[in-house]
Design a protein around this ligand. Structure first.
Ligand SMILES: *Cc1c(COP(=O)(O)O)cnc(C)c1O
Length: 368
């Protein structure tokens, strides 16, 4: 049996007609940058995320960058974030000349260890970027009061977490900003690069709209230096179609996760399973943990099962961040997660037989 990590072709087969009709409409209109399709998509994502405003941008990475730019975060400023995340989170901070200040993770959720944040706050700290890793929200109930106390901006990196909830509040709606990515492998994937910023602050949304078009307002009058962070109408049209299916896909991911948990437990397979701790988990990834991770990954590959390591090197040990002076051992939980975690296939269209086969193979490998 073949079980890829992700199979976007089966998803496309189910929605081909709707997607192609939406693409045809944009082609007929010949309006490709911003415009009514983008506005329609922004309204839909804002509503879905329980936010008043949404601003379509070119990618999740640019969403983070644009929020930091809007807050004038640059040289001399410090931004606190997780050591264990996709590179873009730390990269956005560093690109602006600001200093990423890393915090270790909670080993049960892989999200920011909130008890370590306050000791990292200095006079230079301007913002916190909690990452909602794998589709589960960070402990926002502890992060927001800290941010308020120290007057810090909170930018939720919700790239993996659209529709996730912390106590019934949606990802992106709690901080000053929420950043989404529609990279094709996210739960809501475009057909290329795309992203969005959500916020409940009208003034910030207005400024973001100006910033994403080189800071021009009106046209050719530049009050601030922005960038080209615009969203394409084609991507917006495709995202809007796929959003209608997102809840069904999320439910299927949750069912798959439940089946994995049930089967792994019934067979007493010696792996650590994901823990749902803060609310609705949308399972962008289903990540298990084993001290024999590398051997397990190779075994599963030999059985035609796709897996991935998110992420093999924590940010504080990346070569480009060596100037920050972190040593190996600085964040033990991030480092051991990097050595022990493995993402298994979790996409909505997986069959029960495929999940049973994955569990069977993991069990076989670890029984010896
Ligand atoms: C995917 C991702 C991003 C970046 O999104 P892009 O659209 O690929 O630029 C940022 N942060 C996290 C946690 C991500 O998973």
């Amino acid at each position: 049996m073949n079980v890829p990590l992700l199979d976007l072709k089966s998803q496309y087969a189910a929605i081909k007609n709707e997607v192609e009709a939406a693409i045809a409409e944009v082609m007929q209109s010949q309006q490709f940058i911003l415009g009514p399709k983008v506005e329609q998509c922004e309204r839909a994502i804002a509503a879905y995320s329980q936010c008043s405003f949404a601003v379509g941008v070119s990618s999740g990475s640019d969403a983070l960058l644009a929020c930091l730019m809007l807050e004038n975060i640059g040289p001399g400023a410090e931004v606190i974030t997780s050591a264990y995340t996709f590179f873009a989170t730390g990269g956005a901070i560093a690109r602006l000349g600001a200093t990423p200040v890393f915090v270790d993770i909670d080993p049960t959720t892989y999200n920011l260890n909130v008890s370590q944040i306050e000791s990292k706050i200095t006079k230079k700290t301007r913002a916190i970027i909690p990452v909602h890793l794998y589709g589960q929200m960070a402990d926002m109930g502890k992060i927001m009061p800290l941010a308020e106390k120290h007057k810090l901006i909170v930018i939720e990196d919700a790239a993996q977490a659209i529709g996730a909830e912390y106590k019934n509040r949606r990802a992106g709606s709690i901080g000053h900003y929420g950043c989404f990515s529609f990279f094709p492998s996210k739960n809501l994937g475009a057909s290329g690069d795309a992203g969005m910023v959500v916020t409940n602050d009208e003034a910030r949304a207005e400024k973001l709209r100006i910033l994403r078009g080189h800071g021009a307002e009106p046209k050719y009058h530049h009050k601030i230096v922005g960038g080209n962070f615009r969203l394409d109408a084609l991507q917006a049209a495709i995202i809007a179609v796929k959003l209608r299916h997102l809840d069904a896909w999320t439910a299927a991911r949750q069912r798959n996760a439940q089946l994995y948990n049930q089967l792994f437990k019934a067979r007493r397979v010696p792996v650590t399973l994901p823990v749902v701790a803060t609310g609705r988990h949308i399972f962008n990834q289903f990540v298990i943990r084993s001290s024999r991770r590398n051997e397990l990954q190779a075994y599963l590959q030999s059985k035609n099962i796709g897996t991935e390591i998110y992420y093999p090197i924590p940010l504080h040990l990346q070569e480009c961040f060596s100037y920050l002076g972190y040593e190996k051992g600085a964040f033990p939980e991030s480092e051991s997660a990097a050595e022990e975690t493995l993402a298994l296939p979790i996409y909505p269209e997986l069959s029960q037989a495929q999940i049973e086969y994955v569990v069977e193979c993991v069990s076989e490998c670890l029984a010896n």
